[in-house]
Write a protein of this length. Structure first.
Length: 238
């Protein structure tokens, strides 16, 4: 079940209202499967009925990965893509800036024993976005958080933005990107990275045809193909 170099873990829960030495209400949870997702409770009914969000796309993405190339998961959330694509990639670099969501990502990676998944608590953007920025959190499950003006903000959180190029990653075969209207800025800050990796395929979300984003991708000689059955998912490839 586990790689020999991986420490297996179980989950121990305790009552916060009791003395730490009182183990009468403790629970121990062991993991029977190889991939463990730590997911927001607010969506539990969906997960129980349907499994993971975008499960069909995640399965389809496996063919876009290669065990001799790295995968980037930009906007990794709790790691549903990163964890399931790890065995099909040399390494996965999962970027998630929101604190609690990042912790759930790390927990899932740890419990799943995925040593080739590297969790990075940074947002990505263009060079003029770099530094500490305010992230607007708009939903209790952490989805939809954005750097851009929005309504119905639950709370805000300070995050660090860096360019993709600043990480000096290479040998990238596939990129999944879901960063709530910041895709264009991520790409502007990652052109050298794309070029070094011979312009890998990019799966991205756009809730409308973002003309400036699409034109920028086409300026890099990408073709943009909409995913069949999804109104807001696209694959950019050369």
């Amino acid at each position: 079940m586990y790689n020999k170099m991986t420490t297996p873990y179980f989950v121990l829960t305790t009552e916060t209202s009791k003395n730490v030495a009182d183990a009468s209400a403790n629970q121990i949870i062991t993991m029977n499967n190889k991939i463990v997702h730590i997911l927001p409770y607010v969506n539990i009914e969906y997960y129980m009925k349907h499994g993971l969000f975008e499960s069909n796309i995640i399965e389809w993405c496996k063919q876009l990965c290669s065990t001799d190339k790295n995968t980037l998961d930009i906007g990794a959330h709790s790691g549903t893509y990163a964890l399931n694509l790890a065995d099909y990639s040399k390494s996965v670099y999962a970027f998630e800036p929101q604190r609690s969501t990042y912790y759930s990502l790390c927990g899932g990676v740890c419990l799943s024993g995925k040593q080739n998944v590297h969790c990075i608590q940074n947002g990505l953007g263009s060079s003029d976005q770099c530094g500490m920025k305010e992230l607007s959190i708009v939903s209790p499950d952490g989805g939809g958080s954005t750097l851009h003006p929005t309504s119905h903000v639950i709370r805000t959180e300070s995050i660090e933005i860096r360019t993709l190029d600043s990480f000096e990653l290479d040998n990238i075969g596939f990129i999944k990107m879901d960063v709530e209207e910041n895709e264009l800025f991520v790409l502007r800050g990652g052109v050298d990275t794309l070029r070094r990796s011979n312009f890998p395929k990019i799966l991205f979300e756009s809730n409308y045809e973002n003309k400036e984003l699409f034109e920028f991708l086409r300026s890099l000689n990408y073709n943009i193909v909409p995913l069949s059955g999804y109104r807001n998912m696209y694959l950019a490839e050369q």
